[in-house]
Write a protein of this length. Structure first.
Length: 72
């Protein structure tokens, strides 16, 4: 799967791909949010959620070059 294919998936399908193929790369806590970065094949996926919620506020796929400095 490529980054553009992943971007076109529905929310639940994105979660399924991350769950099945993703490997946790880094996890950061900032204010009331947890940011988890997963490597999925040749790209990365950032999951953002509040501590007290079960759903993710955002699921953002990106290339290594686009990763924020906090992940490098």
């Amino acid at each position: 799967m490529q980054l553009n294919e992943f971007s076109n998936l529905e929310y639940k399908d994105k979660l399924q791909v991350v769950n099945q193929s993703g490997k946790l790369y880094k996890s950061i806590m900032f204010n009331e949010y947890r940011f988890s970065l997963y490597r999925v094949q040749d790209f990365y996926v950032e999951l953002k959620r509040k501590y007290d919620q079960l759903y993710f506020d955002s699921i953002v796929p990106m290339n290594y070059e686009d990763l924020p400095i906090a992940y490098k």
